[in-house]
Write a protein that binds this ligand. Structure first.
Ligand code: ATP
Ligand code: MG
Length: 333
């Protein structure tokens, strides 16, 4: 089968840092695939290797059947790229930016004109097409960049943090465009994000990346179901007793997984509502005072916490600090 993307133990080292380590994955044509991970996880480095911007230090990758090192120019013909940082020329109009891109890809004048109309309509920028890009809002620039990435009819579109720094309303709009071009134009999309809601909402499959490695890869639902149930959160009065309480639940064997953060204990159990009394009894019998109890369905952040020991948001705040405590007893493969 021809995969849209296939990597085999792809690795990138920058002197002493290994930004991407032995990543092997396959993306099928037509997929909307997400790379989810905190700042510095290696997402940009990974898609830079797939899009021929950076050469791998080891392993290999094929995009649309072409090797990213040996057949770099064929790879480039088949991909569109929206970089994490804007690369528009803000002294030109939106239309001129698109036209320039079409010329670089050798599109003839007629074809460029038609395609510019199509891609502008797709991202709803027709009315501002002839304004200088400097006058665009952040969301409009992002939409124009997506339109530019699509100009030459690529099979695969890479979007590096497509909604970084945008307000929720603009983000929702961009999500709709991404979905539309995946469904209606049939473009295979690989996007990076550190917003778990974005990955959850958009992607058919997600690879969770931490420290340059894939720690989990599946559909959003399968990733969440893998945790094995609901999450009961206990806020306890004395933070010094959190670790002890985690151990207690682990020993008791009542939970699928237990993690902690500050004075909170996160217990993953099947049929959470029914388990609350039992969970509370264990804490109370050990003389631990509970300040609050809540129950929720797992999110991708919980999945990340489960696999790495820390939440995506904590990683962003405190680098590589490990705050979790996890167990994997009774985990079914
Ligand atoms: N050109 C470079 N030279 C040296 N180190 C680099 C270079 N590019 C990336 N790195 C390092 O590689 C690691 C991964 O960086 P990368 O930009 O791929 O992460 P990311 O997941 O895209 O993060 P972010 O969410 O902040 O965009 C980081 O430790 C980064 O400092
Ligand atoms: Mg990045």
């Amino acid at each position: 089968m021809l995969y849209a993307i296939e990597t085999s133990a792809i690795t990138k080292r920058f002197e002493e840092i290994t930004a991407v380590k032995d990543v092997s994955l396959q993306v099928k044509p037509g997929e909307l695939f997400g790379l989810l991970g905190p700042n510095g996880a290696g997402k940009t480095t990974l898609i830079n290797m797939m899009s021929t911007m950076t050469e791998p230090s080891g392993g290999s990758a094929k995009v649309w059947g072409f090797d990213v090192v040996r057949d770099a120019s064929s790879v480039r013909q088949n991909i569109g790229m929206v970089f994490q940082d804007t690369t528009l020329d803000d002294r030109l109009t939106g239309r001129e930016n698109l036209d320039l891109h079409g010329r670089l890809y050798g599109m003839d004048g007629m074809h460029r004109k038609e395609r510019i109309k199509e891609v502008l309509a797709l991202v709803e920028l027709m009315d501002r097409a002839d304004a200088i890009v400097k006058t665009y809002s952040g969301g409009m620039m992002r939409r124009l960049e997506i339109a530019r990435g699509l100009m030459h009819h690529p099979h695969v579109l890479f979007l590096d943090e497509p909604t970084l720094g945008l307000d929720p309303q603009t983000r929702n709009h961009i999500w709709e465009y991404i979905k539309t071009l995946n469904k209606e134009e049939g473009v295979t999309i690989v996007l990076t994000t550190h917003y778990m809601e974005e990955a959850d909402h958009l992607c058919g499959r997600i690879a969770i990346i931490d420290n340059g490695q894939i720690v989990a890869l599946d559909t959003p639902d399968a990733l969440k179901n893998m945790l094995g149930g609901d999450i009961i959160i206990l806020e306890i009065e004395d933070p010094d007793r959190t670790a002890g309480l985690c151990k207690l639940y682990m020993k008791n064997g009542c939970a699928h997984a237990v993690t902690q953060k500050n004075n909170k204990v996160f217990i993953t159990v099947k049929q959470g509502e029914q388990q609350i009394p039992h969970i509370l009894n264990i804490a109370l019998s050990a003389g631990i005072s509970i300040m609050s109890v809540s129950l929720r369905k797992p999110t991708l952040d919980d999945v990340f916490l489960h696999h790495t020991g820390s939440a995506i948001r904590d990683k962003e705040v405190s680098g590589l600090e490990q705050v979790g405590y996890k167990m994997r007893t009774r985990r079914k493969k």
